[in-house]
Design a protein around this ligand. Structure first.
Ligand SMILES: Cc1cc2nc3c(=O)[nH]c(=O)nc-3n(C[C@H](O)[C@H](O)[C@H](O)COP(=O)(O)O)c2cc1C
Length: 327
């Protein structure tokens, strides 16, 4: 029987399949189901910065505060602490309920709230922390350098306060992805999660209003992740978690061959149920047995650019006849 055990940002995992941060991991019951289905680890649903802001505003709006800046500041702090309490409970209870690593997740757009919370998450028993940093580059006054600096500041401010491993989950929209990934790794990220999938915006043309687009990925979306995993794995001083568009064992295997340490899956579990974890793992095990791989390290990273005899193939942005065989 091939051994599926592996390491991810220093954590020992029974296999490289993580349930990604989503509503399936928002409750202790959900976390238990993921563990029972065989997941290697879970990433809890994120605590969103806007959630905390909203709670703070709600309290701050109450009548006695206007005109009292000190009281306002106090409540801001309190609001943050209150919001984190529920999340800390989830971390603590989930940790006690399962034997697999539990990774907490914070969705940040500024460094403001997280410094103290991160320490509390560590104290609550989180095995690791995933920072989902989502800064939309829509402000015409902000340069790419300023935006990148925000990512680095958030990471460094949290890194300086906690000892547990930190993964940074980013989207694919950087002009200089190689540089940003390298800098995040050098500044203390133990892993990068490639990639986040952002909320889709759509428009209902009859009601003429904004609606939410399809929240779930399609398998076709894995191409971009695969390319960047292959380009970065082994080149940066951080592990790589592949995410987005991974819907079956074949795509999981591709990501591992490209160099990912683990994969984080989500949409496929909404579609097939969380029990689908075991189907994917069985597919991985069967493939390893067929190819006589005793463990994950026997094949992981085999097809990364770093290991390749033809690194130029990974850099092509345009189609060429030799590659596609179509023209
Ligand atoms: C319903 C739903 C809720 C999600 N909530 C979060 C979240 O709270 N934090 C986060 O980092 N990602 C969240 N995600 C994104 C997933 O963690 C994952 O990165 C993304 O769906 C891509 O993986 P997939 O292609 O396997 O779905 C959510 C995704 C879905 C579908």
């Amino acid at each position: 029987m091939p051994d599926l055990g592996t390491k991810y940002m220093g954590l020992q995992l029974r296999n490289p399949l993580l349930v990604a941060s989503c509503s399936l991991t928002a409750t202790v019951e959900g976390v238990k189901k993921a563990a029972d289905a065989g997941a290697g680890a879970v990433v809890l649903k994120s605590l969103f910065e806007e959630q905390i802001e909203a709670e703070v505003d709600e309290v701050a709006d109450s009548s006695w505060l206007p005109g009292h800046p000190e009281a306002f500041d106090y409540v801001r702090k309190m609001g943050g602490a209150l919001s984190s309490v529920k999340y800390l409970e989830l971390v603590n209870e989930a940790k006690n309920a399962v034997d697999i690593p539990v990774i907490a997740s914070l969705n940040c757009v500024t460094p403001r709230w997280w410094i103290n919370y991160a320490r509390k998450l560590e104290d609550a028993g989180a095995d690791g922390l995933e920072l989902n940093i989502s800064i939309r580059p829509s402000d015409p006054e902000r340069t790419a350098k300023q935006i990148e600096k925000l990512y680095f500041d958030i990471l460094e401010s949290v890194r300086s306060r906690i000892k547990i491993p930190i993964a940074v989950k980013i989207g694919p929209y950087f002009t200089s992805m190689g540089h940003v990934a390298t800098e995040l790794a050098n500044r203390g990220a133990d892993a990068l999660v490639l990639f986040n999938r952002f909320f889709r915006l759509d428009i209902d043309i009859e009601k003429m209003k904004l609606v939410s687009g399809n929240p779930f990925s399609s398998p076709e979306e894995m191409g971009r992740t695969l390319r960047w995993v292959a380009l970065l794995a082994g080149r940066i001083r951080a592990d790589v978690a592949a995410s987005r568009g991974i819907h079956d064992a074949d795509s999981l295997i591709k990501m591992l061959l490209a160099g990912a340490n683990v994969v984080e899956m989500c949409s496929a579990f909404y579609k097939n149920g969380i029990e689908y974890v075991s189907t994917v793992l069985k597919g991985l095990q069967d493939w390893m047995a067929r190819h006589n791989f005793a463990d994950i390290e026997a094949f992981r990273c085999k097809l990364s650019q770093e290991e390749s005899e033809h690194p130029e193939l990974y850099e092509r942005l345009q189609y060429i006849k030799a590659l596609t065989g179509i023209e």
